[in-house]
Write a protein that binds this ligand. Sequence first.
Ligand code: GDP
Length: 405
Amino acid sequence: MRTNLDHLLSRLRNVGILAHVDAGKTTVTERILYLTGTIHKRGEVHDGTTVTDFDSQERDRGITIFAAAVSCDWDGHSINLIDTPGHVDFSDEVERSLRVLDGAVALFDAVAGVEPQSESVWRQADRHGVPRIAFVNKMDRPGADLDAAVDSIRQRLHVTPLVVQLPIGEEAEFSGVIDLIKMRAYVWNDGLVECPVPDALLERAVRRRRLLEETVAELHPIALDEFYARSTLSAETLAVVLRDLSLSGTGVVVLCGSAYRNRGIEPLLDAVIAYLPSPQEVPAVQGLSDGALQERVADPAAPFAALVFKVSSTATGRLTYLRVYSGTIRKGETVVDAGVGRTERISRILRVQADQHVEVHQAVAGDIVAVVGPKSARSGATLCAPAAPLVLEPAAVADPVVSVA
Ligand code: GDP
């Protein structure tokens, strides 16, 4: 049982998309849900037929795209996409959504590069220690320039970009990418086709891969050793080292694509799994219990503790969105809202999936779920086992003593 849960947890990713308004967060989210089979109809933001505003049935589907959290499956993994508010300020809501993420995709516009709003959300994510990968979107736009966008990431965000793709074709001709780790080409026509690197791009691809190898060798001892010994790096070493560098925040893996044209989303999902952490790989959270600081790790057998990060009113009732940090909660159990000492009953546990709320019997450490039952727990509240009360967010979330990744 335990091993089974550990296995499931290692295959879970709680991620959000951090973006400047207009960078394409809605379009990327919609493409991800479409590709993972979570929604079955494509719409375009351009012509007012997105899943959110098509007709009433489509509006219902909007529960997925604009839900506080939506679960989807990719390559044997579960991904919980957590909504991060589009308006970027220092409100509790933004801070709280960053807090419940384990990793994030930072979205940039291939023409504009890093914009002021992207800088401020990047800093907020830095403060919360959220590992990130970068996706340079809108590669099909006139003036799209991956190299310039990468330079702006380096200069304005003060992080080392680890560019793992070379675009194939420019602007309207953008048709695919070369994966510099596998040295294979991925081209989108009607669907995704994998093929050898085209001869015309081989020399550039080899140069870019060399640059990637040199960059990681400067940052990682394993890469440096292998680089000295063999004067090149294997795909396996690159994969291991890139994951380490990404999880530690030493570098940021950069990918590119065009969400509007449905190009680059599959590699983006692969990268979410490859380079962002599972709930077991993030530091323990801290909270206050009887005035003393206490740590909780993502252990399903530990006492239950979860942070409420959003409350919404829907046809299903009052939905309380939880990030479970430790322990297990089962349908029908009673928990306590530790900050106010009030008891709440968990009558249903739901996952937002495939255009609907799917009822589940339990949620374990690392999970993100919506529950029905709590009548008054507010966003920011800690729900926990009555026998082991803990307040995860005692004062302002920015309080350095209690604010943890
Ligand atoms: P959000 O504000 O970040 O949620 O951005 P949206 O997803 O609403 O996109 C903003 C605008 O950019 C819309 O008109 C989209 O159709 C457009 N857009 C999104 N992705 C792309 C892309 O890859 N290429 C182009 N050319 N336009 C895009």
